[in-house]
Design a protein around this ligand. Sequence first.
Ligand code: GLY
Ligand code: MN
Ligand code: MN
Length: 474
Amino acid sequence: MVISSPESVLEGKYPAKAHARRVVDHIRGKLPDATGVLYVEGRMTKLLEDNDEPEHFRQRRFFYYLTGCELADCYFLYDIASDKSTLFIPHQPGQRHLERPPVSPAEALAKYDVDDVKFTTDVSDHITFLGFDNKNFGALKEAVEVCRVVKDDYELALMQKANNISAVGHKLVLERVRAAKNEQELQAAFLAASVSQGAKNQSYSSIVASGRAAATLHYVRNDLPLEGKLNLLLDAGAEWSCYASDITRTFPISGKFSKESREIYDIVLRMQEECIAMLKDGVLWDDVHYRAHEVAVEGLLALGILKGDKKAILDARTSVAFFPHGLGHYLGMDTHDTGGNPNYEDKDTMFRYLRVRGRLPAGSVITVEPGIYFCNFIIEPYLKDSVHSQYIDAAVLERYWDVGGVRIEDNLIITSSGAENMTTAIKDADELKRSSARNKRAPVSSIDSPETLWIPEVIKRNTARGLQVLRPQE
Ligand code: GLY
Ligand code: MN
Ligand code: MN
């Protein structure tokens, strides 16, 4: 069920009350006699260290799940016996309200799916449950983590909205890649597309990696020149009302794939397609991840980068040298969402970094993000280890370092009979080529880059547009 019009679903309230009931059901499944209250604190306003400016505010996800409230300095209480929820919002008489006007209880009650709203001053300043005999701090956290795995329609609509916004950003970057000079111009284009559509926050820091930099999985520099590089890997996702999207595309910077990068692209796309085809309610994610490795090995054997017996290579885990991360993770309010039960201590290197272990339920959202990378820090030890080096043809591998890394990442809703893809950003190799090639002369932005601002014809053009041009000091 792809949500074709998320906006219409989002006209209602965030279903906080239903979430509270689900959480209690889960707790009661484990502790049948559980009674009393659920109590959660939201994120408090925090100042920067040694400064009076507030830190960037990010609502606590456990709190948002039970309230749908993005305000700072709030508390939430849910009385299990009476099924009554109360939101406590800050009362700040005499404050200057520099960031936003005060929210009244009546306004909050109209906006959020709770039964009552009071001021936080209606409870003691320093609430503590430590003195209570009958308390359980672990049960609520565990229950919310598990409940968050299966999304309701409202949550799916939020995620679809985030995905739609990100698709526009990915398209913009694709259209500008040929005219851009460096990675940061493209990051700026993605952020501009997000913010201008109302998405102020990103789900995570964008990865904008050109050429060999794409082999660094969590690349953060985003500031290298594009000239002379083969591909751009863009892993970027906007957030919408605390819900994430997480999308990766890899495409040729020149508009034309090299032979080697097209070969790797085709393998990764096949890894993704075959894995998506396996998805449905109850599928074992470990099996899907394994299938991605099988397709990778088949592809790398066909290219001659790997040599030998497919099963022996898989058993030796040699493909982990090229695909060193998990196939994907749950997605929701957090980019790496809760409930995946990873085992980072697993002795099996193929599964150690898999963020979800076990079966996927219908209604969960998972990323499918296979990749093949040519990262010398990761591959070198394999080349030096005789268990693995017998399966790697170093001479053939030599031709592929410039491919850097290819990853393709979509966001999938698991259904009873299959999966629905929320991600619409282009990934067909020929279409990618056409879209980037078409825009050879597209300006990077309506304002020219700083290095070119002072060139006479740029000055003339910008003056005609009414833009003020500042000349560098002579
Ligand atoms: N963008 C982070 C991830 O793909 O896991
Ligand atoms: Mn991801
Ligand atoms: Mn990602």
